[in-house]
Design a protein around this ligand. Structure first.
Ligand code: XIL
Length: 463
């Protein structure tokens, strides 16, 4: 069963961190709440099982409590969204976007142009440049257009670099490169930008975390980003997938070095698919120290993430070891933050500890603060953005039931409701007891209650 922030967790974290002093975790502290205070996104995929309603109830409960960013494991890929030519399938993706909106989460779209998970009909155009360009353009226009304004960021091109020691484009096994050449990448970014000018657009790949040495994938990607920026190709971010193993101890610092290079180009670096697996055969013999070592590596990634100002999202490729691509497809195992019974592992405590060790005041964010805080408007304004997301008087409480917001502990309260972009959507003065929140669409909101000098801000869901 799920057991979130236990004393055991604190004890483990203390052991893990050796001499580093840490605070204990308050009951209402989550990865999500700590990331939001730092104006950052922490996410986990929704596994394919979630889309089919075939996953334990704990999964969604933990997912929405602990994360504020979401990505589909398979359901926004080419074969899922355009299974037949010019026939689009959005149901699964729509389900995720709705879930994200109801729970105030940022959505990553994954992935538009990739050599893998391409439907069979695309291959019937193999080698035909004009047709393939038309297919890719039509796909991007439709898919990005369908979710315009709802998907914050797309992996526009995924895994286009080969695995040779001297890296270049993946020229074998990519219907896009073989038929179009490297222009497919530039074109994909331009079409995606035209379809949703506000979306962030990423190049995403694995093995970037191996560092910037001679002939490295990271070095090749960096050269391409420089070329794209020089040519006004609208790339805003790179995703380092970061599917690694417990022995890959240099990878966090490699990611740091790469982030610093991208910062010079005004490009963000996101960790998009992190998992830190053990060799599959070892599963039965893993002990506490192995899991602590895993936690230490997770913590180093979170440290780098919080310390580099052009890093925005920290996304893990799964939530529980019970549902992970590592076992079936990678010959690895146990790479995530929760075990198969949904118990948080030492790695969960380590990531929490890293967040707590980096005070919000010292963490820079690449995003505008309005994405995280409702603005201060109206009477009594002048509080700092930080002040209004915290509970300043704990006598006040607010509870939502349907559309009825019940207030306790107030003589005459002013209620302000904001949407998750921070826009004011409802305001009323002189409230005693309860107020009906009429006219607001279903979804997630921030409500602020003020009574004299007392103030309370909390998230509510209108269902
Ligand atoms: C994986 C999924 O987890 C599997 O369910 C699927 O069978 C194959 O793809 N890099 C990526 C992801 O960009 O899309 C991959 O996801 C993992 C590697």
């Amino acid at each position: 069963m799920k057991k979130p922030f236990t004393l055991t967790g604190v004890a483990l974290a203390t052991t893990l961190l050796g001499t580093t002093a840490i605070n204990s975790f308050a009951a209402d502290e989550t990865l999500r709440s700590l990331a939001e205070e730092r104006h950052r996104y922490i996410g986990a995929i929704l596994n394919s099982e979630w889309f089919y309603g075939n996953i334990e109830a704990e999964f969604e409960q933990i997912h929405k409590t602990q994360f504020n960013a979401v990505v589909a494991e398979n359901e926004m890929k080419f074969d899922a969204t355009e299974p037949n030519e010019n026939t689009f399938s959005y149901d699964k993706g729509d389900k995720m976007v709705k879930y994200a909106q109801e729970n105030g989460m940022r959505v990553r779209g994954h992935a538009l142009a990739w050599h893998s998970q391409v439907p069979y009909w695309v291959n019937s155009y193999s080698g035909q440049k004009e047709q393939l360009l038309a297919v890719l353009k039509n796909h991007i226009e439709n898919v990005v257009g369908h979710w315009k304004g709802q998907i914050a960021e797309w992996d526009v091109v995924n895994e286009a670099v080969n695995d040779d020691n001297n890296h270049g484009w993946r020229s074998n096994g990519s219907v896009w490169f073989e038929g179009i050449g490297a222009e497919f990448l530039d074109s994909a970014f331009v079409w995606a930008h035209a379809a949703d000018p506000d979306a962030e657009l990423c190049y995403n790949d694995y093995a970037i975390e191996w560092g910037l040495g001679n002939g490295s994938k990271a070095g090749f990607v960096l050269d391409q980003v420089k070329r794209w920026k020089a040519n006004n190709i609208p790339i805003t971010c790179v995703g380092t997938q970061t599917h690694i193993e417990i022995s890959h101890e240099t990878t966090p610092q490699n990611v740091r070095a790469f982030a610093k290079e991208l910062a010079k180009l005004d490009v963000k670096l996101n960790i998009t698919e992190l998992d830190i697996g053990f060799p599959q055969g070892s599963a039965g013999s893993l002990g506490q120290s192995d899991y602590e070592k895993q936690g230490h590596l997770y913590r180093q990634f979170m440290d780098v993430f919080l310390e580099e100002p052009n890093m925005g999202e920290f996304v893990i490729w799964g939530l529980t070891d019970a549902h992970s691509w590592l076992d079936g497809q990678q010959g690895k195992t146990q790479g995530l933050l929760w075990d198969k019974q949904y118990n948080p592992k030492p790695a969960f405590d380590s990531v929490m500890a890293s967040l707590k060790a980096h005070p919000a005041s010292q963490v820079k964010s690449p995003y505008p603060s309005s994405q995280f805080n409702p603005p201060c408007e109206g009477d009594g304004c002048g509080d700092s953005p930080e002040a209004i997301v915290s509970i300043t008087a704990n006598k006040l409480s607010a509870q939502i039931n349907g559309r009825t917001l019940s207030i306790a502990g107030a003589k005459s309260a002013k209620i302000d409701v904001f949407d998750m972009q921070g826009r004011p959507v409802f305001s009323m003065k002189g409230v005693k007891g309860a107020v009906e929140l009429q006219g607001l669409p279903k979804g997630l909101y921030m409500v602020r209650v003020r009574d004299g000098s007392a103030s309370l801000t909390k998230r509510i869901v209108i269902r």
